[in-house]
Design a protein around this ligand. Structure first.
Ligand SMILES: [Zn+2]
Length: 401
């Protein structure tokens, strides 16, 4: 994989930074360009360095098992640490990622005097990114480096590039909150998902988009806080994304926010926060609800509804107008049977909160599904491991498109 020199273009009120991605052999549906777009007023902050492109494309390169040659400027710090980053991904997920050689043309740090010094985080309206904001608002830090200044709302993260209307309507809603919080919300758009779709689990691939996007805005941020997403559980590191700090450059530190606090605990801490009651939105359904309500069909809407029910908060959350019925709870259990994490993910925190709430119905149903779920995961991993990758890609593409 050759990552060509990134180019900056200002057009139609937007600034786009793109790089040609050349492959030595043909990969089905693999785009020829990776691009990141921002509103034009962000032009002074974008850079034509290749840091963000390497950070993004390292995931498909590790998955496809192809070496990389980078023809733009890369941070020596990133180049040094990306070897360890790759090895950790391989050790934790050997069937998905292989460490690959990366060749560089030019290694040089972005002078810190060229960086404005903002502190950014990505924001999607979900539990993890809200927790970063809530923490910032309720626990102001004395260290100015820790004060948040910007949020990145990335189109192409959990909203398809075809769903412009939903993205724009959510942007207008979130912008009002950011103004109230005294923070700047930046719109961003990227086709990164096209490089990973139906190939790499988004749980692992999404880091490439968030950090890559922040690095393309390299003249804005000297720190980027990535919302934690349950990378740790019961004191153990569960996901390679825990080591995201290895993608820092000499001019931008990357850190992970509270990877050890699970989502149900985060939600219970934010329970009294009026703002999140008004906007919380987690849907991952490809067909989003036009009214912005929870679809009550995807695993994310369903597990959040279960959390809200356990915390007795469902009536307070505007986008979750329907209470948890037996039918919806069964749907939650069945949806999770088919997910890669299964019911094991909920074992500690869901049972803890169910006991606290005296919800023995939920506890019993959970344990009834727990063992079949573990067996399903074991069989699924064995069975899926037997299917060649290209065939798996074609099946997923047909099923989900
Ligand atoms: Zn949903």
């Amino acid at each position: 994989m050759i990552i060509h020199q990134p180019e900056i273009k200002v057009q139609n009120g937007e600034v786009r930074v793109s790089a040609r991605v050349e492959m030595q052999k043909e990969i089905v549906d693999f785009p020829e360009k990776l691009w990141f777009t921002f509103p034009e007023e962000n032009s002074p902050f974008v850079t034509d360095r290749a840091d963000g492109f390497l950070t993004s494309l390292i995931f498909p390169a590790m998955y496809l098992g192809v070496p990389i040659e980078v023809r733009g400027v890369v941070s020596p710090k990133l180049a040094y640490n990306i070897e360890t980053f790759q090895k950790i991904h391989h050790l934790m997920l050997p069937n998905i990622f292989q460490p690959m050689e990366v060749k560089y043309n030019t290694l040089s740090e972005l002078p810190t005097k060229e960086v404005l010094g903002g502190v950014g985080t990505s924001f999607s309206g979900g539990i993890d990114s809200s927790y970063v904001i809530w923490n910032h608002l309720t626990k102001p830090k004395s260290n100015p480096l820790e004060q948040l200044s910007h949020g990145l709302f990335i189109h192409g993260f959990d909203i398809s590039l075809n769903d412009s209307e939903i993205y724009q309507s959510l942007y207008r809603k979130y912008l009002q909150f950011f103004e109230r919080w005294g923070l700047t919300l930046i719109q961003a758009r990227s086709n990164y998902i096209e490089f990973t779709k139906f190939r790499i689990n988004w749980l692992f691939a999404h880091n490439g988009l968030q950090i890559g996007c922040a690095q393309v805005l390299g003249k804005l941020f000297n720190r980027f806080i990535k919302p934690g997403g349950d990378e740790m559980s019961e004191g153990h590191v569960e996901e390679p994304g825990y080591h995201i700090h290895l993608l820092s450059t000499g001019s931008m530190d990357v850190s992970l926010h509270s990877p050890y606090i699970l989502r149900l605990d985060k939600l219970s801490r934010m329970a009294e926060w009026e703002d999140i009651r008004e906007y919380l939105w987690v849907c991952s359904n490809l067909e989003k609800q036009e009214d912005g309500n929870a679809c009550n069909d995807c695993a994310k809407c369903l597990n959040t509804l279960v959390y809200l029910d356990l915390l007795k908060l469902q009536p307070e959350f505007v986008n979750f107008p329907n209470p948890l019925s037996i039918k919806l709870f069964l749907k939650f259990l069945v949806r999770n049977l088919y997910l890669s994490v299964g019911m094991g993910y909920y074992k500690e925190h869901l049972t803890r909160f169910a006991k606290l709430a005296g919800r023995y119905d939920i506890l019993i149903a959970f344990w009834l599904f727990y063992i079949p779920s573990e067996i399903m995961i074991m069989l699924k991993l064995k069975f899926l491991g037997l299917i060649p990758r290209d065939l798996k890609y074609k099946i997923k593409q047909r099923v989900y498109r």
